[in-house]
Write a protein that binds this ligand. Structure first.
Ligand code: ATP
Length: 280
């Protein structure tokens, strides 16, 4: 705990913001259910710059996960266009541009930690020696080298989530899509992993799109917070977070942090229905 503060490097990257890494134009998504149509996303326009760390924040059911899945080509939009580095999302997925991490680490207990990290490379046919070396590098990045030969069940929840992040990074994705990856953790572990995630993001330069319900988490992590309105999900506001780097525990109690948090919270409250009104 607390070790990453002095290790966090000064700001060195994020200067080259040429063409958008991810570009969504007028994206809508309707789900057909047994009882009718659910319009989950409606007319989403969003550009995310290369190297950005963008959080999607909004009330439950507003379409955050759907938006993340549309970007990752796990869900096809009903209309609109998703471009990733100028390619379609399907082409980007084929080109292995994405790494993904979800709330549940989803590790296989019959494989060691190292072999869990190796799995996506194994699926891609990466030779054994190469994937082992890469897995070891990733485990070093998430500081779990000493646990490489353990089974996932021997690790804490936070450590398992770090393995899942290492696995997502193993194929060196340009884009990391994360759906509440820290949601199941206790507060201390969560704050620790937030710092770790910032460190990893800054050392890899990967673009991160991150779904969360937590305002302080979104503010601490992000270059930009995208606030969504209740269903059908639309973009209510985009809030750049100009907190500078390194972001450390003191950042969380700084006046700038409180100001950014208050701004995001105010927007979030303004998009919510008046008290007592239930969102369907
Ligand atoms: N496969 C599906 N079939 C039908 N409806 C769906 C499907 N996936 C999502 N939905 C609906 O789309 C809407 C948006 O869901 P989504 O999971 O994207 O929201 P969310 O903002 O991520 O929610 P939460 O914060 O609670 O995780 C919801 O009303 C949900 O019920």
């Amino acid at each position: 705990m607390g070790r990453s503060q002095e290790e966090e490097q000064p700001m060195t990257t994020l200067t080259d913001v040429g063409s958008a890494a991810i570009s969504l134009s007028n994206v809508s998504k309707a789900f057909e259910t047994g009882t009718g149509t659910v319009l989950a996303l409606d007319g989403i326009d969003l550009d995310i710059q290369p190297g950005g760390f963008v959080s999607l924040l909004g009330p439950s059911g507003c379409g955050k996960s759907t938006l993340l899945r549309v970007i990752g080509d796990l869900v096809k939009p009903t209309s609109g266009e998703v471009l990733v580095g100028g390619r379609t999302a399907a082409e980007a997925r084929k080109a292995r541009d994405y790494g993904m991490a979800f709330q549940a680490p989803g590790l296989m207990d019959w494989r060691t930690v190292r072999r869990n990290v190796e799995l996506p490379m194994q699926v891609l046919g990466v030779p054994r020696a190469e994937r082992r070396q890469c897995a070891d590098e990733m485990l070093d990045l998430v500081r779990l080298t000493a646990f490489a030969d353990h089974r996932p069940r021997q690790l804490s929840g936070g450590m398992q989530q770090r393995v899942a992040i290492a696995r997502a990074l193993a194929i060196q994705p340009k884009i990391l899509l994360m759906d509440e990856p820290l949601g199941a953790l206790d507060e201390m572990n969560r704050e620790y992993l937030q710092r770790e995630l910032l460190r990893i993001w800054r050392s890899t330069g990967t673009t991160i799109v991150f779904v969360t319900h937590s305002v302080p988490e979104a503010v601490f992590l992000s270059t930009e917070v995208v606030v969504m309105s209740p269903r059908p999900g639309r973009i209510a506001a985009r809030v750049p977070i100009d907190l500078g780097y390194p972001r450390v525990d003191e950042t969380r109690v700084s006046p700038e942090f409180y100001r950014a948090e208050a701004e995001v919270r105010e927007i979030l409250h303004s998009v919510l229905a008046p008290e007592g009104e239930v969102q369907q």
